[in-house]
Ligand binder design. Sequence first.
Ligand SMILES: NC(=O)c1ccc[n+]([C@@H]2O[C@H](COP(=O)([O-])OP(=O)(O)OC[C@H]3O[C@@H](n4cnc5c(N)ncnc54)[C@H](OP(=O)(O)O)[C@@H]3O)[C@@H](O)[C@H]2O)c1
Length: 280
Amino acid sequence: MKRVLVTGAAGMLGVEVVEAMRPDWEVLEADLEQFDVSNERETLSAVREASPDVVVNCAAYTDVDGAETHRDAAFATNAAGAGSVAKAAAAAGARIIHLSTDYVFDGAKAGPYTEDDPPNPVSVYGESKLAGEVEVRASGAEYLILRTAWLYGHGGGNFVETVLRLAGEGGPLRIVDDQRGSPTYARDLASVIRQLATGPGTGILNATNSGDTTWYGFAVKIVETAGLGDVRVEPVATSEFPRPAPRPRSSVLSLDRLSGALGWTPRSWDEALTEYLSER
Ligand SMILES: NC(=O)c1ccc[n+]([C@@H]2O[C@H](COP(=O)([O-])OP(=O)(O)OC[C@H]3O[C@@H](n4cnc5c(N)ncnc54)[C@H](OP(=O)(O)O)[C@@H]3O)[C@@H](O)[C@H]2O)c1
């Protein structure tokens, strides 16, 4: 049985990756308790000892607004940390699947972003994740970088849970309607990772559920599907809802390359959402 090491295994995506890989792989789980990816020495030694065939790096500093004032912490995990994990994978002869983000783009493009579009992050978080991609590519490891977006899942606080909590309090909800993206169910992304883990693919791949919407459209669908359709949801402009970190206006990612690699296309975001809501 091949062995996979999952870093960030206690996070929202990590828990799903662990579950998805379990039937066919020996799974080693690591989170901050086991080793801090920003500590290169610790990471090299832990990965050497684990001796995996594949490393899935889900460890990340994911507080997008917090990164604006904690730049060093974001870069330590998302840039230097990604580099440490990738160098450790290279030294162990393992392939790395590294998670990145749609927030490497500025959102100015009219259509979906392909993997070859030039990144231009508008937030510190996006900058730190792009720096992580550069580190992974330079590490010497066989790598696959998966750019995902707007994740939700059972293993963590996320937009779906926030909307349900606020709707449960009666609303009305005021949600931004001028940022587009593709909501992505962590469990669906984990299935994609499981399939790609066995392949020889390298490079960068976009990986989200298909279709796209705005945060407002996402919230309306959540409320309706959860049977809370009587709660009012109001669209607002980003300018009415200032946040510390700027977000791309549209960070929809093209799935053409992913569909070619998988031989299928991930299902639509609203179908995935319906399943998530029925399971929680
Ligand atoms: N969430 C999204 O909407 C989204 C969108 C696009 C891309 N992504 C990317 O997808 C990946 C998974 O995201 P996620 O939402 O599952 O994140 P998450 O829930 O925040 O999980 C990240 C995990 O990494 C751990 N961690 C943080 N710093 C670490 C360090 N220095 N060493 C070791 N472990 C560390 C965290 O521990 P603590 O919780 O204790 O800090 C947490 O368990 C990340 O690469 C993220 O950038 C996420």
